[in-house]
Design a protein around this ligand. Structure first.
Ligand SMILES: *Cc1c(COP(=O)(O)O)cnc(C)c1O
Length: 435
């Protein structure tokens, strides 16, 4: 095989790429391109793996939250609900989508570094399970709004443990220099606890941190758990307050390139479990409910984007550009932070990679690059299919209508079947809000 297959849901038969056992060329013919495919079987398997690993480590005192921003639409919330997951939402839009999909409000946790009063009102009205407060302004606003409704929401405080997870700057969030959360080393976290405990209309139930993304080993979680627990023990000694919940955030990594490591999820979680139990024991702290909030690692490698090749433009001595019928509108991650990808010639898998080409989108931006320097067959031409791997997270959810391009549909693959979860936008959809 001349082309790397990153995960075992990718296979080849003849010239065609298969995904979750389905011929990608046939699916492209049926639904058109650009097309997002989602391997529902894999999403469900991942949910089960997470939940089993968390139960093995912490028993019933565990929760796995799907970070919905990775990929949010009604069918995804239905799947997560069926799998017994909780979910994180970060806006009224995500909250509304979850509720409309029948996701139980009490299993929703509301995040965001800057929730508006409207967000907080909707969260209270809908009785979301927990609100993760990020700032003093938010605590004050929550107190004011909750007092009016007579509700007493359960809240967590988002803390920044001061860890740099050695990952892309744009996706690292746990350092002191961050727009997210209350710094532990700066004393802001202790001030926030003092304030939260003084409020009559909120009930502090615990603490949250989220250190970053594309993390492959448990060390980052161990270091942040250690800092969080040390802080919780201090808070107990200072305020006599013992937390019921410790949410360690998301961030486990996925493979975008063959050189990326495989994640050993169960072993990692077991290690975190052993560490936390020992640390709680050492500090004589009753084990709180432990939550994780994976987004990417639940859905990313369940996604494949399929494009049709348009223009192939060789510039002698410089490079060859291969243009596809989508681009930064359905995949902005390379343009935004140089994200790497594996691109496969879905309709010519049996031909050797005789050229290297820069795969670009159709938007009017030179930066609209899906991936530079991709090995592809020299025969590649208009009408061929390309597939971009690992596009299940932060693709549809980051999609735009730049250049008035309609967003692609999402087709779910399950048990050998395929069905639309999100239909393709039409030209008329583009006019929906125009007056
Ligand atoms: C984005 C985010 C997550 C999920 O991160 P992944 O890298 O997709 O696992 C979890 N928690 C919070 C608070 C986030 O902002």
């Amino acid at each position: 095989m001349d082309y790397p297959l990153l995960s075992d849901n990718l296979t080849v038969n003849g010239n065609a790429l298969y995904f979750d056992g389905r011929n990608v060329c046939e699916l492209a013919a049926k639904y058109g391109t650009p097309l997002y495919l989602m391997d529902e079987d894999r999403i469900r398997a991942r949910c089960r793996e997470y939940r089993a690993a968390m139960r093995a480590a912490f028993g019933e005192k565990s929760a796995v939250l799907y970070a919905a921003k990775a990929s949010a639409y009604k069918q995804m919330f239905r799947i997560m609900h069926e799998e017994g997951m909780h979910a994180d939402v970060v806006s009224s839009g995500e909250l509304y989508t979850a509720l409309q999909a029948g996701f139980p409000a009490e299993r929703l946790w509301f995040h965001s570094s800057n929730k508006t009063d409207e967000d907080l009102r909707l969260a209270l009205q809908s009785n979301v399970g927990r609100i993760v407060a990020d700032s003093m302004e938010e605590l004050a606003a929550l107190q004011r709004i909750a007092a009016k409704t007579g509700k007493v929401p359960e809240i967590l405080l988002r803390l920044t443990p001061g860890i740099d997870p050695h990952t892309f700057e744009a996706v690292a969030t746990g350092q002191v220099d961050s727009k997210f959360g209350f710094g532990i080393e700066t004393g802001a976290a202790e001030e926030a606890v003092r304030f939260a405990l003084s409020l009559s209309s909120v009930r502090l139930v615990g603490f949250h941190c989220h250190v970053g993304s594309q993390v492959f080993d448990s060390d980052v979680f161990l270091r942040s758990a250690k800092i969080m627990l040390a802080f919780m023990a201090e808070v107990r000694d200072t305020f006599g307050y013992v937390a019921d919940v410790l949410d360690l955030g998301g961030g486990y990594g996925v493979r975008y390139l063959p050189s990326d490591p495989e994640l050993h999820l169960s072993a990692n979680i077991a290690e975190i479990g052993a560490f936390l139990l020992a640390e709680c024991d050492r500090l004589a702290y009753p084990l709180p409910l432990i939550a994780l909030e994976p987004g990417r690692s639940l859905v990313a490698d369940a996604g494949l984007t399929v494009y049709t090749v348009g223009v192939v433009k060789p510039i002698p001595g410089v490079r060859t550009y291969v243009s596809v019928d989508g681009g930064m509108t359905d995949n902005i991650r390379h343009a935004l932070y140089g994200a790497p990808y594996t691109v496969l010639p879905a309709s010519r898998m049996d031909e050797p990679p005789a050229m290297r080409a820069t795969v670009v989108g159709r938007c009017c931006e030179s930066g609209d690059v899906i991936q530079p320097d991709v090995p592809l067959p020299g025969t590649l031409q208009r009408g061929d299919l390309l597939a971009v791997c690992t596009t299940g997270a932060y693709h549809y959810s980051m999609a735009s209508n730049y250049n008035r391009l309609p967003r692609p549909p999402i087709v779910m693959l399950r048990n050998g079947d395929d069905y639309l979860a999100v239909r393709r936008e039409t030209l008329d959809d583009l006019l929906q809000c125009d007056l």
